[in-house]
Design a protein around this ligand. Structure first.
Ligand SMILES: *Cc1c(COP(=O)(O)O)cnc(C)c1O
Length: 229
């Protein structure tokens, strides 16, 4: 099966989940996660109309960026180390995985030096019944308050990943919790913080995520796993 037909299948599943939830399918952006495929495959997915691409590692992103430049909108979705921040600020449209004040400060420093505003999401693993290790809502708000004081960045929303092995019910609950957290952060009215994007949902759970309000779904294997590589 071609990438183009795989894209069509995913898009119709996105549209189906959106309609079931009474949402407009156009409010959901499909991010093609190209971490397991070559730049040529990434070009094919772009030719099929997916203009948002995600990479989870800085070096792999830089390799593809060298070939594809700014033709796609780039999303950095994987864990980001402070010492790698300088390589990606201004090159990626959105950094999804900011999870500490330290990383946010580093992005701020680099963005100010370049005279740009970097758009970011804050990543939370919410603590609750499913994951005991994540942040509480109060911790999340404190972090957002500190980040909101930094120059050169703009927080567009939140990102989460369901833990491996979570059931569908648990996963859906986590996604609902992230949406609730975003609403309560929005009510704080922090400067430079708007909760317009919820990045949640991957190949195995994007329909649940859309039912719970996802605006960005990050999909890799469902697009590419049928290929030889
Ligand atoms: C790999 C990855 C994805 C895509 O996962 P699939 O299950 O292949 O769709 C999404 N988000 C992050 C952070 C990833 O690292």
């Amino acid at each position: 099966m071609s990438i183009a037909s795989q894209v069509e299948i995913i898009k119709s599943r996105i549209a189906g989940a959106a309609r079931e939830a009474g949402r407009n399918p156009e409010d959901i952006t499909l991010i093609g996660v190209t971490k397991t495929v070559s730049a040529d495959r990434a070009r094919e997915v772009m030719a099929a109309g997916v203009m948002d691409l995600g990479e989870n590692r800085v070096q792999a992103f830089l390799d593809k960026y060298e070939t594809l430049g700014n033709a796609p909108r780039w999303h950095l979705i994987g864990h980001l180390q402070t010492n790698k921040v300088k390589y990606i600020v201004g090159k990626v449209a959105l950094i999804h995985s900011v999870d500490t004040l330290h990383v946010a400060e580093e992005i701020s420093k680099k963005a100010v030096a370049e005279g740009i505003t970097q758009q970011i999401l804050m990543q939370f693993n919410i603590s609750g019944e499913v994951s005991k290790s994540g942040a509480t809502a109060d911790e999340a708000k404190h972090l957002l308050e500190s980040v909101s004081a930094l120059h050169g960045l703009s927080v567009q929303g939140l990102m989460t990943m369901a833990p491996l092995g979570a059931t569908e019910t648990e996963t859906r609950r986590l996604f609902a919790d992230l949406r609730t957290l975003a609403e309560s952060i929005d009510n704080e009215g922090f400067p430079n913080v708007s909760m317009t994007q919820l990045s949640m949902g991957m190949s195995g759970d994007f329909e649940s995520a859309i039912r719970e309000g996802a605006t960005l779904v990050r999909i890799g294997s469902a697009l590419f796993s049928h290929l030889e590589s």
